[in-house]
Design a binder for this molecule. Sequence first.
Ligand SMILES: [Zn+2]
Length: 401
Amino acid sequence: MVNLEKINNLAQNLYLEHIELPSIFLGEGVINEITNYVKLKEFKHITFVVDNNTYKAAGERIKSNVINEGIKAHVVVLTDNEHQQVIADEQTLVELFTKTPKNTDVYIAVGAGTIHDITRFCAYYMKLPFISVPTASSVDGFTSKGAPVILKGVKKTLQTSSPLAVFADTHILARSPKELTAAGFGDIIAKYTSLLDWKISAWIGNEPYNQQAAEITKDALLLCVDHREEIESCSSYGLEILMRALIESGLVMLLLDYSRPASGAEHHLSHYWEMSLLKDDKKQLLHGAKVGVASTIIIDEYKNKLATKSVDSFIGTTLEKQLTQHWGEIKTLLDDLPSAAEVAKMLSFVHGPSTVEELGLEKQLVLESLQQAHTLRERCTGLFLLNTLSNHDNRMLGYEL
Ligand SMILES: [Zn+2]
């Protein structure tokens, strides 16, 4: 089960005692409890948000359960694009706005990350609550407020609403496509670098840091690493472990109201790739698949280019003072990271992609992202340090930047 004690402790320490955390139902058969929950909350008109697959996987059954109890149900099957993918862009957001009946009093999102992002966005602007029913353990965003949406071709993450409750049925999760489970594992594996980058941002960028939040996220990471065999076999228990880790990571982001512990340079690379695929009208890749591979690339860069620096190389740079002061600690964390090969092996073990070739990305795009992705968000990361130091070296050598 989700460790709510740790989450509640964090909430208390952040002086958020009165925050309404989503109710979490995780285990086999929990979707059968939705009807009672809806009745308890006195919802009378539900709008289900699904795609064709998730309707079959869970939506249809939940709908018939609630209808049997006299509750009205309306289903919006979101339209996919020419790549058979549902995208959280203006067209789909407007589709859900316009297809939502006026008397709706709650949304139920049945699906993976994108269906949740579309629902949370519309729920927020329609001032309606929503219930989350993940059909795959594919991302850590189910419980967070952040809705990554594509507006005028540019990806933006807006803070919208978190679900009232999450019903994660391991029986359904265990039947989801293996690539989605591997993506969820990739989103968790990415915490190796995101947690390190968060610490770097506190030391070098003076950004806020919370030890307890970092520990909860690290525990979620190690839990999945230790149970990767159960996750690989897609057993009900393995899927429960993975979903528990994803939910805990998401709840930490919800409490902090920012995503730093769960998103560092590896997420910036992934966003950069995503924008490029969008611009070229190509098929989108799974978020977790991208960030998993991106974390192996970032580890390689950090171990081979950052950890090998000497304190002398910081002299005269804009970050000289902070880097000299914290270099010993940063170096220890860099050395403690598992190798890129070890992380790639874990990704392959759960049947996920572990190389950019497997993702089908051009080498040129990856090189470009390593030089540019840190500019996407104003966040201090190891990648930001690497680029700042190499820009300094180039300037010293007389190159125009
Ligand atoms: Zn992520």
